[in-house]
Design a protein around this ligand. Structure first.
Ligand code: ZN
Length: 449
């Protein structure tokens, strides 16, 4: 009997995979049978992207556009993602469980607390700590900890990876790949499964810090022989470990390697709230003397919400809300003016230039054009990609400039890109254009096993 294994490489960029595929012999075997670029979600961010791939639903069904979400009627307060928010969504693992298939999920972003499916779950990077119940069934936790050599060796994520010394980070990420495959191999060789999904975060973590060491066009390119192939070597390690895993599995396993979005070098970030304030769309009672997060400004009562038209969240893309009457606590934009106001704000953001007056290829998306589902209301009114995502966004105010490199989370070498990879050792019977198409294909592949 055949089975389906999905290996997710979070943030694997099509351009890199296409350039480096000859260095990745095990992935190449899939690539040579079927490979395509796939459109990610708007925005191309981990949580909405993976949830969409595994549910087949537009992010408007979850009301999620990031790892956090804005609390209703609050301008800056947020909740953090948890699987509890999407428990009612029929993901592929729920549907397959119902049909009697056994499912194994390893480190799939968004699966904490672990769903109680017919099968096995090890939650991903949202796991709060090793003491938490991060597996289903619960007893699996002790096996997983043993597989990596004990609780003190278990790595949930690499902490503060944006600020880590790049050489130490590189080593930690190689170790993380080995660690993750120990867990994946344990589960997939000990237990029976029909569908297994395992997602690796190391490439995503690496790209935010190691991009400038291989991309000569990066504005902050650093020549360093030790790290020149750093990112490629992490891919090589994943490929090597994947090869070892496949050797232990039956020969007829159907294998997919895919990502949720890609990555590209980041030149700058646009300080979106600073720009909105300069344009008079966001009203400050007082300008902070040093860069300050929007939430902190709000807490200090420095924002005049009654006269504010729009404000923005987001670090990769700008997630802009309109201060709509009736919907927001101090809304001042009348309902009849909503769409016109959205267009005015979008026109302004679309026209933003680079620090030397360079023209940027900015793209705007309106909520009503791109989202569908029962939670569309929770999505930002406008999403902006600056310079085809070579520019990120920054919600902090007080730089005295429209451009910055550093956010609260630290500096970044790369932004997320709007395309993902998809390869499979069997040619799909349907076309795979975007992440919403993935769910259907997974079902078709499982039902023919
Ligand atoms: Zn991701």
């Amino acid at each position: 009997m055949s089975r389906l294994l999905v290996i997710g490489i979070d943030s694997a960029e099509p351009m890199q995979i296409e350039e480096w595929i000859d260095h990745l012999p095990h992935m190449k075997q899939l690539y040579d049978v079927f490979y395509t670029r796939v459109e990610s979600t708007v925005p191309p961010i981990t949580i909405p992207a993976w949830l969409t791939a595994f549910s087949g639903l537009n992010p408007g069904h979850f009301g999620l556009y990031d790892l956090r979400y804005r609390l209703k009627r609050s301008y800056t307060k947020y909740g953090l993602y948890s699987y509890r928010l999407v428990e009612d969504v029929d993901f592929i693992w729920n549907a397959m469980s119902r049909k009697g298939f056994k499912v194994a999920l390893c480190f799939v972003p968004g699966t904490y607390p672990p769903p109680k499916i017919k099968g096995y779950v090890i939650s991903g990077f949202f796991t709060p700590n090793v003491g938490s119940s991060f597996t289903w069934p619960f007893r699996l936790k002790y096996e997983v900890l043993e597989a990596v050599g004990g609780a003190d060796k278990y790595i949930i994520d690499i902490h503060d990876y944006r600020r880590m010394n790049p050489k130490l980070l590189y080593k930690a990420l190689i170790d993380k790949v080995v660690h993750d495959f120990k867990v994946i191999t344990h589960v997939l060789t000990k237990y029976e499964w029909d569908l297994a999904i395992a997602v690796l975060m190391s490439i995503d973590r690496a790209q935010h810090t190691l991009w400038r060491f291989f991309d000569r066009e990066h504005p902050r390119y650093v020549k360093d022989p030790e790290l020149e192939e750093g990112l490629l070597n992490i891919y090589r390690k994943i490929d090597e470990e994947l090869g070892k895993l496949l050797e232990k599995l039956p020969k007829d396993v159907k294998v997919i390697v895919m990502s949720d979005h890609g990555a590209k070098r980041m030149h700058y970030r646009i300080n979106v709230n600073e720009a909105l304030a300069e344009e008079g769309l966001l009203k400050l009672k007082e300008k902070p003397e040093k860069p300050m997060p929007l939430g902190q400004l709000d807490k200090r009562g420095l924002i005049d919400w009654e006269r504010t038209i729009a404000w923005s969240w987001g670090a990769y893309v700008a997630q802009v809300w309109i201060n709509l009457e009736g919907r927001e606590a101090k809304g001042c934009v009348r309902k009849e003016d909503y769409e016109d106001t959205c267009r005015q704000v979008a026109d302004f953001l679309q026209s933003m230039e680079g620090p030397d007056g360079e023209k940027l290829r900015n793209k705007v998306f309106f909520k009503w054009e791109i989202y569908k589902g029962s939670k569309v209301e929770m999505m930002p009114d406008i999403t902006v990609y600056f310079d085809d995502l070579h520019y990120g966004a920054n919600e902090m105010i007080g730089f005295n400039s429209l451009y910055s490199l550093e956010t609260l989370k630290g500096p970044d070498d790369s932004n997320h890109s709007e395309r993902a990879i998809f390869m499979c050792n069997e040619k799909p019977s349907i076309s795979i254009k975007n992440l919403e198409d993935v769910r259907k294909l997974l079902e078709l592949l499982i039902e023919t096993i």
